[in-house]
Write a protein that binds this ligand. Structure first.
Ligand SMILES: NC(=O)c1ccc[n+]([C@@H]2O[C@H](COP(=O)([O-])OP(=O)(O)OC[C@H]3O[C@@H](n4cnc5c(N)ncnc54)[C@H](O)[C@@H]3O)[C@@H](O)[C@H]2O)c1
Ligand SMILES: O=C(O)C[C@H](O)C(=O)O
Length: 330
């Protein structure tokens, strides 16, 4: 029996993500929470002839019943960007939304695997971690920033360039989830660096780093990536379910606290130094969430040059999230 709760389930990501999760035979209860419209979304999805039970919960007074006993909580709640905004500009609104949802999870589902989609991910993941610490239920192996869309974009863009079927192109993307903190390691993609010129590598790296802006611009004020994010979010959540509850060996890059595997993180720290507590790294998923943090691997000199910029930006983003909870009355 696996209960998955989606917080923000009536939104642009929440609805297609819930649709994709409804298709999984691994989920027995899909619980949909939002501050609006979840009864309708739940009624609609519940007519799909897959086995999971779907329940809809709306408003703060129904948050406890939505989240209680969840094995996995996925959070795409909060506002998206408009053209001209950075993800950090969303902090003002989304930080308190994520803090309050994390508080409910810490109280009613303290063992749940937390998958954080709401931006700015670089800061919202530390927010969840600090809330769990304040409630005495923190386990760094169970809190994940969902950076899967960066990996999906990398596969698509690189696959297009080298003429490979995109889903077969596996590119590690490490770092964080905003512009220069997104670090695709193209030099490690079998067959890619030989086929791409340095100029092409630079260009596609930039496209992966700023893929989110491409969608924000095209949507022209109507939000940011929703469908591709739903796809990526479902991939991550379902992989986590497979690894945690059904014994499958799965590696995904995800933004975690490096204490989740102190020994495994040594390799990451050799590359990024000791300043950062959080980084997206290749993670072997298992029954406890993070089973181990795997090596980032060797970097080209171009990739190395991207790291210092990423580290400085991430450091500020992490401190902002951590300080926000320290200053919050919980
Ligand atoms: N991690 C990523 O790669 C990634 C990708 C795309 C978008 N995002 C982020 O995901 C978030 C959601 O994007 P969207 O396009 O779905 O936005 P949206 O506005 O379409 O949907 C957000 C939903 O959150 C709900 N919500 C607001 N406050 C809430 C609360 N307190 N509790 C529960 N639900 C609440 C809203 O009612 C709405 O239904 C944004 O912050 C966006 O930047 C992240
Ligand atoms: O770009 C955004 O604001 C949304 C998301 O983080 C993305 O990468 O598409």
């Amino acid at each position: 029996m696996v209960k998955v709760t989606v917080c923000g389930a009536a939104g642009g990501i929440g609805q297609p993500l819930s649709l994709l999760l409804k298709q999984s035979p691994r989920i027995s209860h899909l619980s949909l929470y939002d501050i609006v419209n979840t009864p309708g979304v739940a009624a609609d999805l519940s007519h799909i002839n897959t086995q999971s039970k779907v329940t809809g919960h709306v408003g703060n007074e129904q948050l406890k019943e939505a989240i209680e006993g969840s094995d996995v909580v996925v959070i795409p709640a909060g506002v998206p960007r408009k053209p001209g905004m950075t993800r950090d500009d969303l902090f003002k609104i989304n930080a308190s939304i994520v803090r309050d949802l994390a508080t409910a999870a810490a109280k009613y589902a303290p063992k749940a695997f937390m998958c954080i989609i709401s931006n700015p991910v670089n800061s919202t993941v530390p927010i969840v971690a600090e809330v769990f610490k304040k409630h005495g239920v923190y386990d760094p192996r169970r809190i994940f920033g969902v950076t899967t869309l960066d990996i999906v974009r990398a596969s698509t863009f690189i696959g297009g360039l080298i003429g490979a079927e995109p889903s077969t192109v596996a590119c590690k993307v490490v770092g964080g989830h905003s512009g220069h903190t997104i670090l695709p390691l193209i030099s490690q993609v079998p067959g890619a660096s030989g086929k791409l010129t340095p100029e092409q590598i630079e260009k596609v790296t930039n496209r992966i780093q700023f893929g989110g802006d491409e969608v924000v611009k095209a949507k022209n004020g109507a939000g940011s990536a929703t469908l591709s994010m739903a796809y990526a979010g479902a991939r991550f959540a379902l992989n986590l379910v497979e690894a945690a509850f059904f014994g499958k060996s799965i590696v995904e890059c995800t933004y975690v606290q490096l204490d989740a595997d102190k020994q495994g993180a040594q390799d990451t720290k050799r590359v990024i130094g000791n300043e950062l507590q959080y980084f997206s790294v290749p993670v072997a998923l298992g029954p406890n969430g993070v089973e181990s943090i795997l090596p980032i691997g060797s970097l080209s000199s171009f990739e190395q040059s991207l790291f210092s910029k990423a580290v400085a930006e991430l450091k500020g983003n992490i401190a902002k999230g951590t300080n926000f909870v320290a200053e919050s009355k919980l």
